[in-house]
Design a protein around this ligand. Structure first.
Ligand SMILES: [Zn+2]
Length: 199
């Protein structure tokens, strides 16, 4: 898969699989989405984002998120899991108060956008887990995991929340009238390296 990514839609699953998730329960949530408003698209990436009261086997202890591919309803579907990083800020957030935090030490959305960028980048470059990875098995975003490059602090441009500003939260990108702290991703060109923007 190549090219730009657009947001195709979002739905809320109000706890159909409970608050202790596993791989099979995540698959069930994605499958349910096809009959609850999302198109079934083999070129899509389906991300399951959870609230902070939801656990997942392996989340926080082995990973902050993951992406995979699976045949669901007869179609090769690329899906991923993005856990709420407020469950484990020390392992899954670069800072516990981020540029968009509504309150001190509530960093979930800021932590999750970083994992979203990581997993979607990999779902695009390695959709079926047999495309782009290096000789040690690292996918694109793994090579730059939690590598943020040059950063600024929140008081620089007035776009952060009050909590983010008073915490002196860091950010490295500005778009959509918000500041964001998002890891860099790997670029093969120019000798290879971690970059914030592709040229
Ligand atoms: Zn990865």
């Amino acid at each position: 898969m190549t090219g730009n990514l657009t947001v195709g839609g979002a739905i809320f699953d109000t706890g159909s699989q409970g608050t202790r998730l596993s791989n099979s329960k995540l698959s069930a949530i994605v499958t349910r989405s096809f009959s609850n408003g999302l198109p079934k698209d083999t070129n899509g990436v389906y991300l399951v984002l959870t609230s902070s009261d939801v656990s997942e086997r392996g989340f926080c202890t082995q990973f902050c998120g993951f992406h995979t591919a699976q045949t669901l309803n007869g179609t090769d579907i690329k899906w991923g899991f993005i856990g709420n990083s407020d469950r484990c800020p020390s392992g899954c957030e670069i800072q516990s108060t981020g540029p968009n935090s509504p309150a001190t030490n509530v960093g979930g959305a800021d932590g999750m956008i970083n994992v979203i960028a990581h997993e979607t980048e990999e779902a695009i470059s390695d959709p079926d887990l047999n495309a782009w990875f290096d000789s040690s098995g690292q996918e694109n975003a793994d090579k730059c995991n939690f590598n943020f490059g040059a950063t600024s602090t929140c008081n620089a441009n007035g776009l952060c929340t009050a909590a983010g500003t008073s915490a002196g939260a860091n950010y490295n990108q500005t778009f959509g009238n918000n500041d964001w702290m998002i890891q860099q991703n790997w670029e093969n060109a120019n000798g290879g390296g971690c970059v914030q923007h592709f040229p």
